[in-house]
Design a protein around this ligand. Structure first.
Ligand code: ZN
Length: 251
């Protein structure tokens, strides 16, 4: 396919991006989230896997069961490149040893070229890690991050992961000039609509796709609130919030 960039949102932060060159990028593939219209077992292709941090709702599992996560089962089947933060890569290399998955350990500020795309890791303000499978203690999986993905046509997609709004989003905007930003808006565990509107303003991005909302009642922020908050501060954003599972073109 060479007809532009498309995505499908499967609820929570689970996003499938289809690039102009026909590559499939999966972000935070928790297909097991209670609102997803698609099962992880039905995912047939993944060229690049991007997991923002080691919390169960991003790597895709029940709490304390990250070894059984959707991201791992999909990767074993589809053999993607999987750029991730160093500590997560060490754990994954053990879990996925000899199974043909290209684990690429990296860190914030770095860029890797893989599968025709350029993936830059940027900071996020959140936490990470889980609990060991045997329950004997915490499982340290590195720090939370965001990603900027440069596509074959030069367009750049910023996926913020889970984060509070922070002033250095202005630097991410100046340095990487994203065309589209996927931003959490649910509140409670991340920024809400007002924070995300400020984030978009700092990033100077005009198209915003809200994520990390509506999965549970506690993630209460809505796309309409994001649009309204953007209006209040003159962010000039267009909120793109399709139904779950519906393929949508990006500008
Ligand atoms: Zn989360």
């Amino acid at each position: 396919m060479v007809d532009g960039t498309r995505f499908r949102w499967f609820g929570h932060s689970c996003v499938e991006l289809r690039t102009p060159g026909g590559k499939v990028v999966l972000f935070d593939p928790w297909f097991g989230n209670p609102t997803s219209p698609r099962a992880a077992a039905d995912v047939e292709n993944c060229d690049v896997m991007l997991v923002s941090h080691g919390h169960f709702d991003h790597i895709g599992s029940a709490p304390r069961q990250v070894r059984d996560a959707d991201a791992l089962s999909i990767a074993r089947r589809t053999k993607p490149a999987w750029p991730c933060i160093h500590e997560l890569s060490l754990w994954l290399e053990t879990e996925m040893d000899g199974q043909g998955v290209e684990i690429i350990g990296m860190n914030k500020g770095g860029t890797v070229a893989t599968r025709g795309l350029k993936v830059t890791m940027v900071q996020a303000h959140h936490s990470a890690g889980d609990w060991s499978g045997a329950g004997e203690g915490p499982l340290y999986l590195g720090e939370p991050v965001g990603f900027v993905v440069e596509l074959e046509n030069g367009k750049r997609i910023y996926f913020a992961g889970d984060t509070e709004v922070f002033g250095d989003m202005e630097l991410i905007g100046k340095l990487h000039k994203p065309d589209v930003a996927f931003l959490p808006i649910g509140g409670h565990f991340t920024m809400g609509p007002a924070g995300a509107a400020m984030a978009a303003k700092l990033l100077e991005v005009k198209t915003v796709v809200p994520i990390h909302y509506g999965t549970f009642p506690i993630l209460a922020g809505t796309p309409a609130e994001l649009q309204a908050e953007g209006g209040k501060i003159g962010a000039g954003i267009k909120v793109l919030a399709p139904q779950r599972g519906v393929e949508t073109a990006l500008p």
